[in-house]
Design a protein around this ligand. Sequence first.
Ligand code: SF4
Length: 57
Amino acid sequence: MKCHDPCGACCIAPEITSALPNMPDGKPAGVRCVNLDSENRCMEYEKRPKVCREFNP
Ligand code: SF4
């Protein structure tokens, strides 16, 4: 898949039920991950958890 950069949709649209950095309970669908910066890039990219590394857009 070719991503549109910056986008952030993968970090906003899905429900994530496992812990994220600074969001220990994960997040509901449609909620912006707190680790996205103002340009929709992950501020914890090097430390992002398995659920993020293995997400298939
Ligand atoms: S931790 Fe980073 S990669 Fe994972 S959902 Fe949040 S912003 Fe996206």
